[in-house]
Design a protein around this ligand. Structure first.
Ligand code: AP5
Ligand code: MG
Length: 192
């Protein structure tokens, strides 16, 4: 089983690339952000709990995320060759929890693919998406800035964590969708 993490700040293209990769490599795409937005939409207990947090651009607590993740990973699909994790892990405790889950299965993270993108490009992409989709956390600049702050503070330390294990790969995320996809596929094909 392959376990790829697609990593990067808001708007880096994690979701876009994950969809393409899931199709090409028969992987199950798990986006914790998408799962949480579905919970909010269905007004579930979890959705009601996390709504304000997400809409303010803060991170949901690690225990809640882990519980949600465990549920999805155990519902494996037919023909599944692995997973592409989009938006998880986002904190050091989440990365440690993932390592433990995988260790129990005799597995480990295959590669962390990091989309590096300039801050001005983040704002451009999110502004474009806001015109097409209604994501509450895309609507105002302060919330987007807060998501970026959370990324630097809580998520960026994961770069050192994964670099240490030699499974960290960088991609220039400022390029086009097709160019990014090609760069990521080249990485995956090399380590296969
Ligand atoms: P999440 O949904 O993961 O949001 P995010 O990390 O802020 O990232 P985005 O989904 O905004 O961007 P993306 O990198 O997927 O880019 P996309 O492909 O869409 O999380 C949302 C919230 O949920 C968090 O803030 C937090 O509150 C909570 N949460 C989620 N996971 C959590 C966790 N593990 N722990 C705690 N809390 C958690 O692309 C963006 C736009 O640009 C699109 O319109 C796309 O079409 C376009 N685009 C993409 N690539 C390109 C390109 N190369 N060129 C031009 N346009 C492009
Ligand atoms: Mg996304």
């Amino acid at each position: 089983m392959k376990y790829y993490i697609i990593f990067g700040p808001p708007g880096a293209g994690k979701g876009t690339q994950s969809v393409l990769l899931a199709e090409k490599y028969s992987l199950t795409h798990i986006s914790t952000g998408e799962l949480l937005r579905k919970e909010i939409e269905s007004k579930s207990e979890l959705g009601l709990k996390v709504k304000a947090i997400i809409e303010n651009g803060r991170l949901v607590d690690d225990a809640t995320i882990l519980e949600m993740l465990n549920k999805v990973v155990s519902e494996a699909q037919n023909g599944n060759k692995g997973y592409i994790l989009d938006g998880y892990p986002r904190t050091i405790p989440q990365a440690e929890a993932l390592d433990k889950i995988l260790e129990a299965k005799g597995q480990k993270v295959t590669a962390v693919i990091s989309l590096e993108i300039d801050e001005e490009v983040i704002f451009q992409r999110i502004a474009m998406r806001a015109q097409m989709e209604e994501r509450k956390d895309d609507m105002d600049r302060a919330t987007i800035e807060n998501r970026i702050v959370q990324y630097h503070k809580k998520t960026e330390p994961l770069i050192a964590y994964y670099k240490e294990s030699g499974r960290y790969y960088r991609v220039n995320g400022n390029k086009s969708i097709d160019e990014n996809f090609k760069d990521i596929c080249d990485i995956i094909d090399k380590i296969k």
